[in-house]
Write a protein that binds this ligand. Structure first.
Ligand SMILES: *Cc1c(COP(=O)(O)O)cnc(C)c1O
Length: 461
């Protein structure tokens, strides 16, 4: 029959094409200059994929190229610096806070050898890694005691577990929030082994709502900052001072998850975020915050507050599971040291510097990019636009400032954005109303040149 004749005619051709695939060993030998095992593996995977394609009726393709691409992913790595032209200062997808120079140096130094991480050199015996941080954190925040762990989600989990496991945590319905990336306050509180008692409503919670459920079964009152949104209109929340006064009166510790970790509370741009010092002064038993958001340091979770509560956190088994590593600790201590001189902190810590950048500096950098682009025949101008802080902080704050706006013609926005992402280093801009914006706020001069140069290469005719 014609059908079987047809398939008979196709099989040999397919067989020929399969036989034409190179042997794995031969392909691996062509991938010179890389470790043998990795070359063989990449070759085997490339041949297997080509086989699949041929069996599906397609072409084998360039096997050497496919194998080299696989090897490159492995040998060159996939984590690389990117140029952040988005203007979003604390960009979680782009690694949050870039570190201050002192923090980078401290991390590099602690990475390159042994250190007295948990060793008391004066006494010649075991010490605590927290000893490098606690004096700084207590000095800067006014708290009695302090502890650092891996991140803020971990800090909240630890505080809830240490103070309220097997008991109740009282929390406002207005604060049952999702911070992003699967961090949900109710779920974290449940993971700690505590039972959640919700009080008030989504938009209004009063102090009397908190009073009713308090009893011997209460482990803690939890306040969580709704970092990434704000409620407007008929809303009411209990101030941290009032909540802590209630906690004191009833002998219930207050855990305050402030999220962003604002230590530079004199900066007007940060006025709408809860300051760590305010919660400490109010008498919160534990204040939890991130190291790599508005604090401007490495990934870390900080717990500061009353000695008894912090000791309970320190001695809980989760503290070991969540402990901060050596490199982060070194970078965090160096960042905190900068806060001892607040005026200097604003200059040295990149997040604070970008937040408070003055228009004249931003304008100079935006014009520098525009000039580079127009010289190379690309349509660009300086516009005023608003950027966000990012990192789930200050959702209402628009950071107005001059930006370099690029006309993406003839490519179009999506194609331009795609080409910039595949540039080396990748350049990430911000699309707005048909323009590709390069925001000078998150770029230094060298990065601004790289960003504008990349756009020019892609668009220049
Ligand atoms: C960001 C945030 C967290 C999580 O912090 P990580 O350091 O990312 O773990 C927790 N709570 C609040 C209120 C936050 O804003």
């Amino acid at each position: 029959m014609s059908g079987s004749a047809g398939s008979k005619a196709r099989v040999p051709a397919e067989g020929d094409r399969l036989r034409a695939l190179p042997p794995v060993g031969e392909l691996a030998a062509r991938l010179s200059g890389v470790p043998h095992g990795a070359a063989v593996r990449a070759a085997r995977e490339a041949v297997a994929e080509a086989r699949e394609r041929v069996l599906a009726g397609g072409e084998a393709g360039d096997l050497e190229r496919a194998a080299r691409d696989r090897l490159a992913l492995l040998l060159e790595g996939t984590l690389r610096p990117v140029v952040n032209a988005t203007g979003v200062i604390v960009h979680t997808n782009l690694g949050r806070a870039p570190l201050a120079e002192a923090a980078r140096e401290a991390a590099a130094e602690s990475a390159s050898g042994y250190a007295n991480l948990e060793y008391d050199v004066r006494e010649g015996r075991r010490g605590s890694r927290q000893a490098h941080l606690e004096p700084l954190l207590t000095r800067i925040t006014g708290a009695e005691a302090a502890l650092a762990v891996n991140n803020c989600a971990g800090a909240v989990l630890l505080a809830c577990a240490a103070l309220a496991s097997g008991r109740e945590i009282v929390v406002s319905r207005g604060q049952l929030v999702e911070i992003g990336g699967s961090f949900r306050i109710p779920e974290v509180a449940q993971q700690s082994g505590a039972r959640l008692v919700e009080v008030g409503t989504t938009n209004r919670t009063k102090i009397s709502d908190y009073v009713r459920p308090l009893g011997p079964q209460t482990g803690a009152i939890l306040r969580a900052h709704p970092s990434n949104f704000r409620t407007l209109g008929f809303v009411e929340e209990v101030a941290i001072e009032e909540l802590c006064a209630l906690g004191r009166e009833r002998g219930v510790p207050v855990i305050d998850d402030v999220g962003s970790g604002v230590l530079a509370d004199a900066l007007p741009e940060l006025a709408d975020e809860p300051a760590v010092r305010r919660s400490v002064a109010a008498g919160a038993a534990v204040v939890c915050f991130s190291g790599d958001k508005l604090l401007g340091g490495p990934q870390a979770g900080l717990l500061v507050g009353a000695r008894e509560a912090i000791t309970a956190c320190r001695e809980h088994p989760l503290a070991r599971a969540l402990r901060i590593d050596k490199l982060s600790l070194a970078a965090l201590a160096a960042t905190l040291r900068l806060y001892l001189d607040p005026a200097n902190a604003v200059k040295e810590i990149p997040v604070l510097r970008m937040l408070s950048a003055v228009d004249s500096d931003l304008l100079a950098r935006a014009e520098r990019m525009r000039d580079l682009l127009t010289r190379r025949g690309v349509e660009a101008e300086v516009l005023w636009a608003a950027a966000k802080v990012g990192g789930g902080a200050l959702p209402l704050l628009d950071l107005e400032g001059p930006v370099c706006a690029v006309d993406p013609a003839p490519l179009g926005l999506d194609a331009l954005a795609g080409r910039l992402r595949s540039h080396e280093p990748p350049v990430i801009g911000r699309a707005r109303e048909g323009w590709m914006l390069l925001d000078p706020r998150t770029l230094d001069d060298a990065q601004a040149d790289v960003a504008a140069g990349a756009v020019a290469r892609v668009l220049a005719r």
